[in-house]
Design a protein around this ligand. Structure first.
Ligand SMILES: Nc1ncnc2c1ncn2[C@@H]1O[C@H](COP(=O)(O)OP(=O)(O)O)[C@@H](O)[C@H]1O
Ligand SMILES: [Mg+2]
Length: 393
């Protein structure tokens, strides 16, 4: 994300400065408690005999934001529930802050959790909602009050303590839910699609706020579940991709986007042109392979263990295809323009090359080509990855 822009937007707001202060003081205390990562070791969860999370192994580092993404039903919520203690694995261990919590009840795990649908207590005022976890732990009243104030300030809701949840918008309710989760000073925060019930504009603002929150609480480990790849790419240090209860990809967000390890990861993280190619020269020097796409010779990043004659899928993101050659080493694809769509921020073109359809996304073009025109499209060899051609997997 663009943190400078986020800061810029907040700069004038006294509320947000208060929020930063409050967050900083909380961060100190969280740091003093020792930061906690999250460990899954061979965790398997089954409902009525059917396995929905299979041999799941993942280490979320202390202070890291890790996004777990995947289609609906892929086991994301189940993974969170295993950490929170709401579901018991049939095999494997779960740890929080290096401590094995597999056999501990939820309340003994010291975890904050926020779910999609607010889940505030409707009959309690905002401040009482936020105080709930601390009161349940019999914290002294002075501490409860201070902590409620600081957590509400942190999410920009200091002025709303006396409201009832029904008197708040969806975005405000979700802020309160986050304040409530943070009130017990957890080392670990679990977020289950916290923004998916909000409309697009508020979601956008909330992503920025969550990013700011984490900058102020750098010791807080966050496991963020979403089906929205742009939320994950914006917020997360690393992303894990689940499919059918299995971890299919894991890596630093940017790297996973630029160099997806398989077709599912490539397509799940954003638009991807996937062109069937044949490897001609596995090692063409400088870390590249030379491949043939129909009759067109192209260079792409050399995959591990590639042999001449093998088929692969060449993955190139639509925004990495351009009409400007730029680099003399750029690949050239001769294509016929099929469709030209102007979408305000970009031009979205459908091209046809070697009997395949290609998407090219460009900043708005002054003179876009006409449908039917034959054009050269270019892309840099180091923006092109070669994936195993494994059907839809
Ligand atoms: N309490 C439950 N009883 C039976 N099946 C469940 C239960 N909760 C989830 N499932 C099933 O487990 C699978 C994974 O669910 P879930 O973890 O909620 O997926 P996600 O959060 O990725 O959408 C789904 O097939 C879902 O139908
Ligand atoms: Mg879910």
């Amino acid at each position: 994300m663009n943190s400078a822009a986020a800061r810029g937007i907040e700069a004038g707001s006294v509320d947000s400065q208060l929020a930063d202060l409050a967050a900083a003081s909380l961060a100190k205390e969280a740091g003093a408690q020792g930061a906690g990562g999250i460990g899954f070791e061979g965790v398997t969860v089954a409902y009525k005999g059917s396995i929905v999370l299979a041999d799941f192994t993942l280490a979320v580092r202390p202070g890291e934001v890790l996004a777990l993404i995947g289609p609906s039903g892929s086991g994301k919520t189940t993974a969170l529930r295993a950490v929170a203690g709401f579901v018991r694995p049939v095999a494997g261990r779960v740890s929080v802050g290096g401590r094995d919590v597999t056999d501990l009840p939820p309340h003994a795990r010291g975890i904050g959790m926020v779910v999609q649908n607010y889940a505030l207590f409707p009959h309690m005022r905002v401040a009482e909602n936020v105080a709930f976890g601390l009161r349940a732990r019999h914290a002294p009243e002075t501490e409860v009050r201070a902590q409620v104030e600081s957590c509400l300030a942190m999410v920009g809701m200091a002025a709303f303590g006396r409201r009832y949840p029904r008197e708040l918008s969806g975005g405000q309710q979700q802020r309160v839910a986050i304040a409530r989760a943070l009130a017990i000073r957890p080392d670990v925060l679990l977020l289950d699609e916290p923004l998916s019930a909000l409309d697009a504009q508020i979601r956008h603002a909330m992503i920025e706020e969550l990013a700011r929150l984490h900058r102020s609480l750098p010791a807080l480990t966050v496991l963020y579940v979403t089906h929205d790849q742009s939320e994950a790419l914006t917020l997360a240090d690393r992303i894990g991709i689940l499919r059918d209860g299995r971890l299919r990809a894991l890596g630093p967000s940017r790297e996973l986007y630029r160099r997806p390890p398989n077709r599912f990861a490539a397509e799940f993280l954003g638009g991807a042109n996937l062109l069937p190619v044949v490897i001609e020269t596995p090692d063409a020097g400088n870390g590249f392979s030379e491949v043939r796409f129909g009759t067109t010779r192209l260079r792409a990043l050399r995959p591990e263990g590639a042999a001449a004659g093998e088929t692969r899928l060449l993955c190139i993101r639509p925004h990495n295809l351009t009409f400007v050659p730029g680099d003399p080493a750029a690949n050239t694809v001769l294509a016929r323009v099929h469709e030209v769509r102007w979408k305000g921020e970009l031009h979205d073109l459908t091209l046809e090359a070697e009997g395949r359809t290609l998407r090219l996304a460009s900043v708005p073009l002054r003179a876009p080509p006409e449908p039917g025109a034959v054009v050269s499209a270019y892309f840099a060899p180091d923006e092109a990855t070669l994936l195993a051609d494994e059907g839809d997997g």
